[in-house]
Design a protein around this ligand. Structure first.
Ligand code: GTA
Length: 331
């Protein structure tokens, strides 16, 4: 029953409530063009991609992470099959080629070749990719780390000051040098303002896997650890206005959203993840995701909560920070 209700809701959102921009993107995609489709249509930058290794793949998630070289530069390419949209079903059934594989009693299986524009792969390219990118996407064992405040100051902080990923892409968004046309909502205030836009993991074709990020304009908050009660107005603002903007644009109420921060994040500039409840977004598990509503309450009851608590998080086997914890005898 719940599923049917959810599907109906998505139908409704799909058909009626997506913004003109998202609708246009859908139409463009249906015509074989994406929002950035002009580039990919005219030039296949991946035609010369030289594969050196498959970093990981998942039959269940239907994606593959590949390391290789693009014009002599290290690159990571991620290919991912996208969800099947309900509004494309009629065309899939009427416009595809169907090859019978087997028939037995009431059962039969086929290979269905959908029209090319309904058979696309979401493709993400990181180029030039650093060694850290290659490691990040490699399938590895994880270990849970226990970080006291002292560990944070003596191990984590020095490490992230030297080793964290560049956040140039974040500044490009805040300064409208990139993705400006994708912004869903902005509050320009320098203290409590933020930019809300689709995460680059979301292709925006269906709300089923909705994923947006809110990036704070304030530049001096690296992660959860830096938050104090002083930041409550900023957090309240992101929570409230982010939910309102998503309701307005995608007709998705707050009760359908999972709003959280990562600890540790990959990028040390305050940002909040907004994903659809029920969608198992990478990194939404309890050892990494901290619900924004809990963060707000914790800071309300103790202004220094995140500056004093022991925090737990997973690290992959060859993460440099994990080695630092091991060297310090903390693992
Ligand atoms: N709009 O340029 C960008 C951009 N970049 C570089 C990162 N993000 C961006 N969004 C826009 N434009 O949700 C997004 C990321 C992420 C958020 C940063 O910013 O998609 P975080 O600091 O907490 O870091 O959040 P996190 O969660 O580790 O990053 P990420 O990349 O999501 O990695 C988590 C895991 O997700 C990875 O280990 C991998 O298993 C998986 N993953 C990453 N990218 C993809 C992908 N394209 N497809 C499928 N799975 C992916």
């Amino acid at each position: 029953m719940a599923d049917t209700a959810a599907k109906r809701e998505i139908d409704h959102v799909e058909a009626d409530e997506l913004s003109p921009k998202v609708k246009r993107a859908k139409v463009d995609n249906e015509n074989g063009r994406g929002e950035a489709g002009k580039d990919s249509e005219s030039e296949n930058v991946l035609s010369g991609f030289e594969i050196s290794a498959v970093l990981s793949d998942s039959a269940r998630e239907k994606n593959i992470f590949i390391h290789g070289k693009l014009a002599d530069q290290e690159a990571v390419v991620i290919l991912e099959k996208t969800p099947i949209r309900q509004d494309t079903l009629t065309e899939i059934f009427s416009g595809s080629r169907l090859m019978l594989e087997m028939r037995n009693d009431i059962y039969s299986t086929y290979r269905l070749q959908a029209p090319p524009h309904l058979n696309e792969l979401k493709t993400t390219v990181v180029c030039p990719a650093t060694e850290k990118h290659v490691n990040k996407y490699q399938r590895q064992e994880s270990f849970l780390v226990e970080e006291t405040l002292e560990d944070y100051q003596s191990i984590t902080l020095p490490y992230i000051r030297e080793q964290s990923f560049s956040i140039q892409w974040v500044y490009n968004i805040l300064e409208k040098k990139a993705e400006a046309e994708r912004v869903v909502y902005e509050d320009p205030d320098t203290e409590v303002g933020f930019v809300l836009l689709p995460d680059f993991k979301w292709d925006q074709k269906q709300v089923d896997d909705l994923y947006l990020i809110a990036i704070a304009h304030k530049r001096d908050i690296g992660s959860l650890r830096d938050l104090t009660s002083e930041h409550l107005p900023l957090l309240h603002n992101i929570f409230q206005k982010g939910k309102e903007a998503i309701m307005q644009r995608y007709n998705l109420p707050a009760s359908k959203l999972r709003v959280y921060l990562h600890y540790q994040p990959s990028y040390y500039h305050l940002h909040v993840h907004f994903t659809k409840l029920g969608y198992e977004a990478p990194g939404c598990n309890v050892e990494r995701a901290h619900l924004l509503s809990d963060v707000i309450q914790n800071l309300q009851s103790d202004p220094q909560y995140y500056q004093t608590r022991t925090l737990y998080f997973p690290l992959r086997a060859d993460n440099g920070l994990l080695s630092k914890f091991k060297e310090a005898g903390r693992l």
